[in-house]
Design a protein around this ligand. Sequence first.
Ligand SMILES: N[C@@H](CCC(=O)N[C@@H](CS)C(=O)NCC(=O)O)C(=O)O
Length: 224
Amino acid sequence: MALRLTIGNQNYSSWSLRPWIAMKVTGIAFEETVIALDAADFGARVAAVSGSGKVPALADGTTLVWESLAILEYLAETFPAAGLWPDAAPPRAHARAIANEMHAGFAALRRHCPMNFRRPVTTCALTPEAAANVARIEAIWSACRRQYAAAGPFLFGRFTNADAMYAPVVARLHTYGVEVSPPSRAYMDAVVALPAWQEWRAAALRESWVLPEDEVDWPTVLRI
Ligand SMILES: N[C@@H](CCC(=O)N[C@@H](CS)C(=O)NCC(=O)O)C(=O)O
């Protein structure tokens, strides 16, 4: 039976992007169900596949996994050939540390710059807390790039779960025209160039659902 990933709006659901892009980039076959976050039946439908009642949620037969990072761990364990964590123990520990840091943190950036693929690139001044989050993210990225640049364009060379965890940050920094260092921009360009990124973005642009709380220009809804 095929894996089924249940996700929210592709325009806005940053947590959903993480396992989706990991599976696409590494060629793990799956079917997807998209449920709008404000749909009247969201709660009932998501409760059937997710213990937390939130998306993303992965169903592998009768095995249900929710929480984006737990899904990524499940995928890495179930599909070792996908190489979703670095092979060697030191970079693997490093990748897990920064993936967990992402999962648990950066609330100011998440709140201030909601993921919104449809919004044209328009600069938006950061709060000091969001700017501090960006500085920490850039420090994480530049440390990885310094160490692993020879192995490829992603944080640990090839695409791993660490890149999946930071993919929504790439979207946020891009959409809100946040100024970043040349190495960070080069990393972001590598993520944006992925065919999987383009596929997700195209699906997001096709959506017509609007969530006011994720539109920073509300009541104006800027669209590409
Ligand atoms: N920590 C969770 C966060 C999941 C989450 O907050 N998902 C949002 C959509 S991006 C959601 O389901 N919201 C609907 C709700 O809270 O009712 C994860 O890593 O998956």
